[in-house]
Design a protein around this ligand. Sequence first.
Ligand code: HEC
Length: 139
Amino acid sequence: MKKMLLGALIAFASACTPAQQEMTREQLVQRGEYLVTAIGGCNDCHTPMTPTGPDMTQSLHGAELMFAPTIEMPWAPYAPTLAGGPAGYTEEQFVAFLQTGVRPDGSQARPPMPQFRVNEDDARAMVAYINALPPPPAQ
Ligand code: HEC
C-alpha cells in the first residue's frame, strides 16, 4: 500500500514538471538545432551543397539534390525550402509531418525524403528551430 502511494506521488510529481515545460523557448530551439543538424541530416539535402559540405549560410533554403537513384523509382530531385517553415504548413502540421511522414494534404513526400517518426517533443523542438531560421530572400 505504502509503495503504491509513493508510486502515485512520483507519477504526480513528474506529471507536474514534464521536461518540455521546464525548457525555455531558447533551450527548445537549441535542442531542435541539435536534432536537425546532428541527427536529422536535413541540411544534407535541403541546403545548397559545396565540395566541403552544406553551405550553412543558406541553411535549409532548399536545394537541388547532389545525388540520384541508381534504379528506377519515384524520386524528387529538389528538396524544398524549410527555413522559416515549409510553405503551406502550420506549426502543428509540420510537427505532425515529422511524427507521421504525412503532409497536410494527406500525401507523402517522395524519396529520398525520409519518413521520419520522431516523438512529439523532438518534433516540436525541430519545428521551433527550423521555423526560427531566416528564410531565403524573396526572389
Ligand atoms: C536524403 C535527403 C533528405 C533529407 C535528409 C531530408 N529531406 Fe526533407 N525532403 C527531401 C526531398 C527530396 C523532398 C521533396 C519530396 C517531394 O517533392 O515529394 C523533401 C520534402 C520535405 C518536406 C515536405 C515539403 C512539402 O512541400 O510538403 C519537409 C517538411 C521536409 N522535407 C523536412 C525535412 C526535415 C525537417 C528533415 C530533417 C529532419 C529532412 N527533410 C531531411 C529530401 C530530404
